[in-house]
Design a protein. Structure first.
Ligand SMILES: [Cu+2]
Length: 237
């Protein structure tokens, strides 16, 4: 554990009782979304695509279980269902690792991945509380080209689920897995073993990134808006 991480844990432990007192008991305001490959609500939050309210709360796309919609049936987030918006498709290979960030770690029955009505992957949550960050490797089952993946996080102790749509280009430029460098990226591909200092750049998931301070091992795009990696935007193609 790095010194920064240890500090963050201590701060989190001190802040937790305060949050417990200030949030209403019935709150359902903080939950989770797919941060990489960048989901539609993540592209809203990062400013890659201009959006309304969802840009402030990419974690809030919650609806009853069993839907097949990017917005989870929320009228306020209907733009997530709009395929004509300039969503950036991440180039991927035949499999790819998806990362969920859970801002509230609700006990989980499963995570599911759909393309259309086809279930392409499912992960059992065993009714347990998941870690804040979960990585799942999805096999696209032979699908190719541009596809819209609907990732669903089924909470086990409520009737609800969280919805996150991710646009991917299977077999597209730079495909073959995480960390490969798409054609237009100017920075060298992100290296999980390298130490980056503030100002260093790397490319990852079709974006260029700049480290704000010392970092090693933390993937660009998983540390959040206030995290160490600044998103410099999509690499020009
Ligand atoms: Cu929640």
């Amino acid at each position: 554990m790095s010194m920064k991480k240890r500090t963050a844990v201590v701060v989190g432990a001190l802040a937790a009782p305060v949050l417990a007192l200030t949030l209403p008991a019935t709150t359902a305001s903080a939950h989770g979304w797919v941060t990489s490959p960048a989901s539609r609500q993540d592209q809203c939050a990062s400013g890659t695509v201009s959006c309304g309210q969802v840009k402030y709360e990419p974690q809030s796309v919650e609806g009853p279980k069993g839907l097949r919609s990017c917005s989870g049936g929320n009228a306020a987030f209907a733009e997530l269902d709009d395929d004509s918006k300039p969503w950036v498709a991440t180039p991927v290979g035949s499999t790819y690792t998806f990362n969920w960030h859970h801002t509230a770690r609700h006990a989980t029955s499963s995570w599911q991945y759909f393309v259309g009505d086809r279930l392409i992957a499912q992960f059992d949550g065993k009714g347990a509380q998941p870690p804040a960050d979960v990585s799942q490797t999805v096999d696209f089952g032979g699908l190719t080209g541009r596809q819209k993946v609907l990732a669903v996080w089924n909470v086990s102790d409520t009737g609800n689920a969280f919805y996150s749509c991710i646009d991917v280009n299977i077999g597209g430029t730079g495909g073959g897995g995480g960390g490969q460098q798409p054609g237009g990226c100017t920075a060298a591909a992100w290296d999980p073993t390298r130490v980056y200092n503030g100002g260093d750049t790397a490319s990852y998931n079709g974006h260029n990134w700049r480290a704000k301070w010392w970092v090693s091992g933390d993937k660009p795009g998983t540390t959040g808006e206030w995290g160490v990696w600044e998103d410099l935007g999509v690499c020009p193609s």
